[in-house]
Design a protein around this ligand. Structure first.
Ligand SMILES: [Zn+2]
Length: 474
């Protein structure tokens, strides 16, 4: 069995030792986020992690770390399907019971790691009364694991010591394999509010307690909730909306939200919403579902050290979909394990802020994103504002400028995989009709589409969808 700290440590180490300097934040001035998918397998060897951050591709308008990590993960899954189709024994996939379909080898699990809570609902976190006390002058407080949450200010020497002691060897049973593909974080959003919870700009300690129920609830410790950390993610049209009142009543919880930050706000749902969706539909997406007997689910989500609420995470990731039923065979609302690690990501906003003390200049999010996948060809992909770093304006439109984890490239890789399989071994969903565009391939993944429509109908009716013309490429 793994622990949250082991997962966090593997991801941080992978980031430090396996990812290039290019694309990482400039010391003392920039910060970033890290998200990864870690493969756990039953015995032996170790592995390769994946971590990362941000990238985004041609037309990819969503570069939050979670999204990049998920796309990098899809790239990894595609590679593993290539291995399986070529009958290689080292694939994580083995033949399923129906023609053309594969399933995960027994005992393989995936754990999602993020150095911060996902933007949106999971980042609306109660701020407790004791946090306002003068002994804690810092504007962001780092909560430890929930059980420790009320036990005092974590920024004590004792805690620092805890971090230094982390050098214990990573368990040999764990194998880390990183996913990452879809967009990590920040690349594009230059707005501080885009990621993770932020303390309210105005803090009021005189909020009447009855208002708390709507927002933050009451801390399990019984401490009075005086305010909430806020998310810059706005509610989607059709949802009730935030009250905007000062203090703990500021946000309405449990709502669908669009990503904070600049860019086209109408296109991207917040990471909390996406994680909740993956917990019902899987992380593989519609395309890969053509070749899989069951969705690929995350068995756990681990968050690094940051302001954190177990209740908010649970509500955002699983609470909203709990009663969804009538899903097609193989799909189901997962009981994902949610844990926090006490280990801080050294290039997170909080860590950089603490280190730089009074250095002049503004602290800004890093503009580049790094994607890494455990695949043999071009595992790394560094982008700035969505395109590979150094791309000229002229080159931006050409193929080379495209990120490996853009929809176009993932689709290309999917088609290449299909062409390596003889047509008589294709699954029924692909034999029924001649498919051409990305949109057609996605629509033809019938069980996936059926599950998605059940989820929308029962829980996520206001989800904003991309217009179909966005997906007409071949
Ligand atoms: Zn996000």
């Amino acid at each position: 069995m793994w622990t949250a700290d082991e997962i966090a440590r593997l991801c941080y180490e992978h980031y430090q030792t396996r990812l290039p300097k290019q694309g990482k934040p400039e010391p003392n001035r920039e910060w970033t986020l890290l998200a990864a998918v870690v493969k756990i397998q039953p015995a032996t060897d170790q592995a390769c992690g994946s971590a990362n951050k941000p990238v985004q591709g041609d037309i990819l308008n969503d570069s939050h770390a979670e999204v990049i990590a998920r796309r990098s993960f899809q790239r990894y899954l595609l590679h593993q399907l290539h291995l399986a189709a070529a009958l290689k024994e080292n694939s994580i996939f083995v033949p399923g019971t129906q023609r053309g379909l594969w399933k995960l080898r027994q005992g393989i699990l995936f754990v999602f790691f993020s150095s911060h809570t996902p933007c949106g609902d999971a980042s609306i976190i109660p701020m407790l009364e004791f946090e306002d006390q003068p002994c804690c002058p810092v504007s962001i407080r780092w909560a430890n694991k929930p059980s420790e949450e009320a036990s005092g200010n974590p920024e004590t020497p004792e805690d620092e010591k805890k971090y230094e002691d982390l050098g214990s060897p990573v368990t040999k049973k764990m194998r880390l394999e990183p996913g990452i593909p879809d967009g990590v974080a920040h690349c594009q959003s230059l707005d501080n509010q885009e990621s993770g919870p932020v303390p309210p700009t105005v803090s009021s300690s005189n909020v009447p307690t009855q208002e708390l129920a709507t927002v933050a609830g009451r801390a399990p410790s019984g401490a009075k909730v005086v305010d909430v950390y806020r998310t810059g993610a706005k509610c989607v049209p059709g949802e009730a909306g935030d009250s905007g009142k000062p203090g703990a009543a500021y946000h309405q919880v449990g709502l669908l939200r669009v990503k904070p930050g600049r860019g086209d706000r109408t296109c991207s749902m917040s990471c909390s919403d996406k994680l909740a969706r993956w917990n019902v539909l899987g992380c593989q997406g519609a395309l890969l579902m053509h070749l899989l007997e069951e969705p690929v689910y995350l068995s756990a989500v681990v968050i690094g050290r940051c302001p954190y609420s177990q209740e908010a995470m649970r509500r955002a990731l699983t609470g909203r979909c709990q009663n969804v039923s009538a899903l097609p065979k193989g799909f189901g609302v997962q009981e994902v394990t949610i844990q926090q690690s006490g280990l801080l990501f050294e290039q997170s906003r909080g860590a950089v802020q603490a280190k730089r003390a009074d250095s002049p200049g503004r602290l800004v999010p890093c503009g580049a994103a790094i994607s890494w996948s455990a695949v043999p060809e071009q595992p790394l992909d560094v982008t700035a504002n969505g395109f590979p770093q150094g791309t000229t304006r002229k080159a931006i439109r050409c193929l080379q400028a495209r990120s490996q984890i853009s929809k176009v490239e993932l689709f290309r890789s999917f088609q290449k995989l299909l062409s390596s399989i003889s047509e008589d071994k294709w699954p029924d969903s692909l034999r029924a009709q001649k498919l051409e565009t990305y949109h057609e391939y996605k629509e033809a993944a019938s069980t996936y589409q059926e599950a998605w429509s059940a989820l929308r109908k029962q829980a996520f009716g206001s989800w904003i969808r991309n217009p179909p013309d966005y997906h007409q490429f071949k």
